[in-house]
Every structure is written in C-alpha cells, then in structure tokens.
Write a protein that binds this ligand. Structure first.
Ligand SMILES: *Cc1c(COP(=O)(O)O)cnc(C)c1O
Length: 356
C-alpha cells in the first residue's frame, strides 16, 4: 500500500526543543501517520499528514468502552549518523496480539514497519544525537465508531506519533526504591494484562500514586489470585539475580511480554548465564535478600532499558539489594543493549532494522 503524504512547508516547521532538556513525551514532531479501518473496507487510506487533532464523535467506542492499544519503540541515531530501530517486527507482532485480545482488527506487519520508517525519515531532524537520547515512536489503534453498545467497533484509527526523548540516565544509574503492594493488582490471569491496552495503565495509577506519596518510585505487582508471586515492576518486567541464576516470572497471561525482557534473556543465555522463566514468590525474593543470595534486581523496558532496584519494601519491612548500588550484570546488560541500539557493537542477533 502506498502512503500518501501531505507535508508542511519547510518554513512552517516547529522549532526543535533543547536536546539537553527533552524529558519524555512532551514535544511532538511536525507530522504523524494515520490510517482508517472500516469493517467492509479493511485498513485503507494510509497517509502522513501534519501533526493535528483527531476528529472523533463523542460516541466513539474508545471513549466509553476502552478499545485502545499501543506500542512503544525508539529510533536511535548512531555516531555514524545512521538511524536504527530495535526489533520493530516484535512490536508489530505484539500490536497484533493485543489487537486480537481486544477484538480489534489485525494489521499488515510490513505496512507497520514501512509507516514507521517513512515517518521517521521525514522527521529525522527531530532525532537527537547525544548518547542515550532517541526519538520515541508511539503507534496506537483506537475504536472510532460512534456507537453506544458493548460489542467490537466496526471503525478504527491507526496512528503513529513521535516524540524526542532525553537520556534516561543523564546522571548515571540511580537504583529505585520499590513498594510491593498486596492491596492492588495490575492484572489477573484470563484478563488483559498481556495486552498493551490503555485501561491497564489507568488501573495502575492508584497504586503508583500511593507508593509515590510514601516516597517510593515504583510499585511491584503481585499475582491477583494469591498476592504471592511477583509479576512486574511499574510498567516494566522484572529480573532477579539469585546466586548465579537470573530469574524472571514466566509469561503466565497476566504479564506483558516485554521485548527488552526477551533481549535480556537472549543475551544472558548467550553469555552462559542460567536464565529461568518461572513463578517466583515475594517470600523467595525476600528470603534470598536476607540470606545474601539476592545479588541484583532490575526492571526492563524500552524507555529505561534496565532500571536497577535498590530496595524493596513489603509489609512494613525494607530490604536492600546489592547495598542499594547498581549490579554488574545490570550494568553489563545496559551497556550491551545500548551499544547494539547505537550501532557501536555487532548486531549478532539481527535485532537492528535501518531506517537509513
Ligand atoms: C511496554 C511494557 C513493558 C516493557 O515492554 P518492552 O517491549 O520491553 O518495552 C513491560 N510491562 C508493561 C506493563 C508494559 O506496558
């Protein structure tokens, strides 16, 4: 499918934000991608247009019944000036899995990649060049049909917007303090926890606001049924290094299958580290911390890549991890993944897709 383009005049472009002060998700580029779906027509009319409001009927299904899914990935500019995407085909596949779960239409994965590449190419002046900075890519699908009834919508909008983002660790790693909640849950088995769907994030706000009020950075989620097994940390997957084994919760249906999670497992196994995907209880985590066997703990996700955990607070008790310092494995994984993303290390797993 050809992508139509309606571009702004070059003297009408937005001024670029200060590269040293980008934050996350604040500035949006000059253009966006958009495409419509109608039940009897399928996906049609893909186009790149100036960044602008959507026109949505107040009865649009997304506003009432929440049929909304999204993805998140980044474009990186290396020292060689080439622009790289990291495993974008995984985002395409995951978007379709989320769509399936939310009864939304599938889309062509090749078109998903092509749309990202063409949009990023047009917006390449927005890609910051300092190490650690990138252009965050947010593809999403919403149900746009005006209809107040609970059934899958027959009309959708797929769109991609771009936002330049700063280095997550401009001042180096800062291990975070985690609050383990046994009061709220993120997702239950059989629910929509494994889909990247908007409502999951609305559902998580209360717990993270409570944790922040108490001085913690993030929430660690336990399973919904027993409040016993570890699931995720904030909007990241979680890893524990216990003795010499790397452990992460198995994908059980309530956990988001992170692409960074998969990259970490792949690298660790390639380095000869035993990596286990299995249920891990909060009691096992705390016992291994108390006996000195818990060497490291960190979250993984596209935004931060690796986020070291410095302490865990559970039922009135706090345990430190690795003396509150970043562990060696966390550091090594961060260095390796970012080096691949910026083209400074061989892409031995074929993870990189060049924009140009
Ligand atoms: C997006 C997301 C992750 C991380 O996925 P990546 O593909 O590694 O960015 C983990 N947990 C939740 C809940 C998420 O939404």
């Amino acid at each position: 499918m050809e992508i139509a383009k309606q571009l702004k005049d070059s003297d009408n472009l937005k001024p670029l934000p200060d590269e040293k002060n980008l934050g996350f998700g604040i500035h949006f580029t000059d253009h966006m991608f958009k495409m419509n779906y109608l039940d009897d027509k399928g996906w049609h009319s893909p186009e790149i247009v100036p960044y602008s409001d959507f026109s949505l009927d107040p009865a649009a299904v997304v506003l009432h019944y929440g049929q909304a899914i999204f993805e998140g990935l980044k474009a990186y500019k290396g020292k060689d000036k080439r622009i790289r995407l990291f495993r974008p085909w995984e985002n395409a596949k995951r978007l379709n899995r989320s769509a399936w779960r939310m009864c939304m239409p599938q889309m062509d994965e090749a078109l998903f990649i092509k749309a990202i590449k063409e949009l990023v190419k047009i917006e390449k002046r927005w890609i910051p060049s300092q190490k650690g900075t990138s252009l965050y890519i947010r593809p999403f699908i919403i149900a746009s049909e005006p209809f107040l009834g609970v059934r899958p919508a027959k009309e959708y909008i797929f769109s991609i917007i771009l936002t330049p983002v700063g280095a997550y660790y401009a001042e180096g790693f800062n291990p975070v303090k985690i609050f383990v909640t046994d009061k709220f849950v993120r997702a239950a088995k059989g629910g929509v926890g494994e889909a990247k769907t908007a409502g999951n994030y609305a559902a998580s706000l209360m717990a993270s606001e409570e944790a922040k009020k108490l001085g913690f950075t993030q929430v660690l989620w336990l399973d919904a049924a027993e409040r016993k097994y570890v699931e995720e940390v904030g909007t990241m997957n979680i890893f524990f290094l216990i003795d010499d084994r790397l452990v992460t919760p198995a994908l059980s249906g309530s956990i988001l299958p992170g692409i960074t999670r998969d990259s970490v497992l792949t690298l660790a196994r390639d380095w000869g580290i035993k990596a286990e995907e299995r249920p891990i209880s909060i009691d096992e985590v705390l016992e291994s911390a108390e006996s000195g066997r818990l060497k490291e703990c960190f979250g993984t996700g596209t935004a931060a890549v690796i986020s070291p955990v410095g302490s865990l607070y559970y039922k009135g008790k706090s345990v430190e991890v690795n003396g509150g310092q970043t562990g060696q494995l966390a550091q090594k994984l961060f260095d390796e993944i970012t080096a691949i993303q910026y083209g400074e290390k061989e892409d031995k797993f074929g993870w990189i897709e060049f924009v140009e």
